[in-house]
Design a protein around this ligand. Structure first.
Ligand SMILES: C[S@@+](CC[C@H](N)C(=O)[O-])C[C@H]1O[C@@H](n2cnc3c(N)ncnc32)[C@H](O)[C@@H]1O
Length: 304
């Protein structure tokens, strides 16, 4: 792109370039990149198609097109992704929020609505960009969230999202391994949510762009893919109030194996919800109470 381009030409040429390299949504990607590089919005593009793109903007656009051509995620280039109607900042230290994960936030909100309390305590394990934690806090002012992640750089992004979206005072960020940071806190939660890593280490079914550009620790869980779930089931019981729920996102095709692991650790599947593609995606579990655990639970509530 050597000549001085108009907005319209920049979009057209970028679209052709990306389409020629087999990208699935070339026009959409091209438009997003041109708008990002020029700092304009779609209304401006439509009303001023003849507006000239500055040479340094063209240069930046060419660099981004080159990265996109290699399937680098568009969200990392433009720096954001929409989730539950809000724009979340993303960079390569966090998993890009997926539309199907909105089901976890939606289900969590529904469950919390049944609680007649002034304050509701929620724990989000593996918060990443903070999309679930921040959405819950923004949607229901009674909710206070503890958001855990093993990655400090992911927590920086999540903190920034909570600040920009106006709920930083109700989301606490904790760095650590699964429930480790809460170990001696004595805290109890009404709801625990998680979209943990759930892909088998040697899986060959992961898309190239996910495998190459998204954080490895956000995607891969271990040899079976169920490792982090197992730890969540084992360790969550001590931190959940009654009634209390564990809401988990599920990977494709793992519902039976996941419910087996849950059963082995004393959890019952209450409900399973499918995403828009009809894939079982969101599982709600509750603890199976023995007489001993009922007594422990009663004592825990008296103390909390
Ligand atoms: C699949 S991503 C989910 C991110 C975000 N909650 C979402 O739904 O988009 C999983 C997240 O768990 C974090 N994670 C991986 N292993 C962990 C562990 N052992 N303890 C805590 N967090 C972990 C990763 O850093 C990543 O941010």
């Amino acid at each position: 792109m050597k000549d001085e381009l108009t907005l319209q030409e920049a979009v057209r040429r970028s679209t052709e370039h990306l389409a020629g390299h087999g990208l699935k949504t070339p026009r959409q990607d091209a438009e997003l990149l041109v708008l990002k590089v020029t700092g304009k919005d779609r209304a401006f593009l439509l009303s001023h198609p003849e507006w000239k793109v500055a040479p340094e903007q063209q240069h930046q656009l060419e660099q981004w097109l080159e990265q996109r051509r290699q399937h680098y995620p568009i969200q990392y280039l433009v720096g954001s992704q929409e989730f539950f109607g809000r724009l979340f900042r993303v960079d390569p230290s966090v998993l890009i929020p997926r539309p199907e994960t909105e089901l976890i936030a939606e289900t969590g909100l529904e469950l919390v609505r049944t609680l007649k309390k002034d304050t509701v305590q929620v724990l989000d394990i593996g918060t990443g960009s903070g999309c679930i934690a921040v959405t819950l806090a923004c949607e229901d002012p009674r909710i206070q969230v503890a958001a855990v992640d093993i990655s400090e750089t992911a927590l920086d992004v999540a903190r920034e999202n909570a600040r920009c979206l106006g709920c930083i005072d109700r989301v606490e960020f904790l760095r650590g391994d699964v429930l480790g940071p809460l170990e001696s806190s004595g805290r109890a939660f009404d709801l625990i949510v998680s979209n943990p890593p759930y892909v088998e280490d040697l899986s060959t079914e992961v898309e190239y762009s996910v495998k190459t550009f998204e954080p490895r620790e956000a995607v891969f869980a271990g040899p079976t893919g169920l490792e982090i779930y197992g730890r969540i089931f084992r360790d969550s019981r001590r931190f959940l109030r009654r009634p209390g729920w564990l809401v988990l996102e599920m990977g494709y095709g793992i519902v039976d194996r996941l419910t087996d692991v849950a059963r082995g650790e004393g959890w019952r599947l209450l409900e399973m919800r499918k995403d828009l593609a009809g894939i079982p995606r969101c599982a709600v579990f509750e603890e199976v109470l023995t007489d001993l655990s009922k007594e422990r639970s009663r004592l825990r509530h008296e103390c909390s």
